[in-house]
Design a protein around this ligand. Structure first.
Ligand SMILES: *Cc1c(COP(=O)(O)O)cnc(C)c1O
Length: 418
């Protein structure tokens, strides 16, 4: 279920040819399909329909306000991790009563902002944070709804940079310490403990680690209820894995059928914080081949997109499928490194990758780039950030324009006298 398809060797996004869009906007650019995005949301939502639930879209995976608006229209909530993401979620039209705020370094200003907006709850990551939220809430004369993010010490068997639920991880409160923290929270006048939360990592391809974590979380929720706490939300986090190249990913239904039975009798609304599963395959990155360069041992396809546009391969050794936008007949396959123009050896989009031989000027599509693509992009090497284009049927909309050189220096100043 994906609206990026080849028709007679020509890559299309919904009803439009990718190469036609490239002619209009130039490369590189991100291209999203509205249809894929909305369908992915609906499939995840439907998968958990047996339970009272809220799908809180993980804003960090793709934070464009138009994407947030489309999901808000579908009834999505949001999982935010900063004041900036909260601002975006609200601008996108997401109901504050469906916004949860995670992150282990919330500042006083961010806490005040979120309390003022009346968010659903804070996912609290330390005892000092609990104290600060209590102080701010008391000062504002409100009660802060909180859940503790517990660290269930589970190995999600994913890349170490995206494993977040291990003992060694900076995230969450150890499960062992959680009960005592909840009892503290229950007594503080500015806090209202109403939920439990975990998020064990990202791109997890099995349901086992989730089942393991959910069992621990449900047990905790039940013990807290026995102590008289009104635990109304059980937040199982996100991190469901998707297919980038040849991984075998479970479907939302498969995850749900493993987890729903474990959550049926907990007597709470279930929160699912998905990012990548909704946005990952809703977007591609389109780039042009600048040079076909033959090194001494390797062949390089130098493209106009780089690690500043899509950092996942450099940061996580992530693999993305890459293919020509317009396929040619009878072309042989060659093994190449697809690299960008940035002055770093870690600037690559793929290494030792076998693909159709390409020529200067060819367009390439980097697939599954809708999550942690643009949202992780930067201006390194003073490269302007690329536009984001949204296709809806036969129409393409610029939902973020290409940056200009002036954008690069906006906000900078040369002091008088230097
Ligand atoms: C990043 C994150 C998610 C979403 O992860 P995906 O892999 O995109 O599903 C959910 N919850 C929290 C707290 C996160 O930090």
């Amino acid at each position: 279920m994906n609206d990026f398809v080849y028709r007679n060797g020509v890559l299309c996004c919904e009803e439009l040819r990718v190469s036609d869009i490239a002619k209009k906007v130039g490369t590189p650019f991100y291209l999203y399909s509205r249809n894929t995005l909305v369908n992915h949301y609906r499939v995840v939502d439907q998968a958990f329909s047996a339970l009272e639930h809220i799908i809180c879209f993980s804003v960090k995976s793709n934070s464009n306000v138009a994407i947030l608006r489309l999901l808000a229209n579908e009834g999505a909530g949001a999982d935010v991790v900063s004041g900036g993401e909260l601002f975006r979620a609200l601008k996108g039209g997401i109901d504050p009563r469906k916004i949860v705020f995670a992150g282990l370094g919330k500042t006083e200003i961010e806490i005040e902002h979120a309390l003022g907006e009346g968010i659903l709850l804070f996912n609290v990551e330390s005892s000092q944070e609990l104290m600060l939220i209590n102080r701010v809430a008391e000062r504002m004369g409100v009660e802060a709804p909180v859940a503790l993010r517990v660290n269930p010490d589970i190995n999600p068997k994913t890349h170490p940079y995206v494993a977040t639920g291990l003992k060694q991880s900076k995230f969450g409160i150890p499960l062992k310490a959680a009960m005592a923290e909840y009892e503290v929270a229950q007594k503080l006048p500015g806090l209202n403990p109403i939920g439990v939360h975990m998020h064990i990592g990202s791109q997890i391809l099995e349901s086992g680690p989730f089942e393991n974590g959910v069992n621990k979380l449900v047990k905790l929720a039940k013990s807290l209820k026995v102590l008289g706490m009104d635990i109304r939300y059980v937040n199982i986090g996100g991190g469901f894995g998707i297919q980038y190249t040849d991984e075998e990913a479970l479907t939302p239904d498969q995850y749900a059928s493993a987890l729903v039975p474990l959550l049926e009798d907990v007597g709470a609304t279930i929160i699912v914080e998905v990012g990548r599963m909704i946005t990952g395959n809703s977007g591609i990155l389109v780039t042009t081949v600048l040079y076909d360069k033959h090194g001494e041992e390797k062949r390089f396809v130098v493209v106009d997109a780089a690690m500043n546009d899509l950092i996942r391969p450099s940061l996580y050794q992530a693999k993305h499928h890459i293919a020509p936008v317009n396929q040619r007949e009878g072309v042989r396959d060659v093994k190449v490194d697809v690299v960008g123009p940035i002055c770093e050896s870690s600037d690559f989009l793929a290494r030792d990758f076998t693909m159709q031989e390409v020529k200067q000027g060819d367009l390439l599509a980097v697939f599954t780039a809708g999550a942690y693509g643009f949202s992780m992009s930067s201006n390194y090497n003073s490269r302007t950030r690329v536009p984001e284009i949204l296709v809806w049927g036969r129409k393409a909309f610029v939902i973020r324009r290409r940056e200009t050189y002036e954008d690069l220096v906006r906000g900078e100043a040369i002091p008088d006298g230097i």
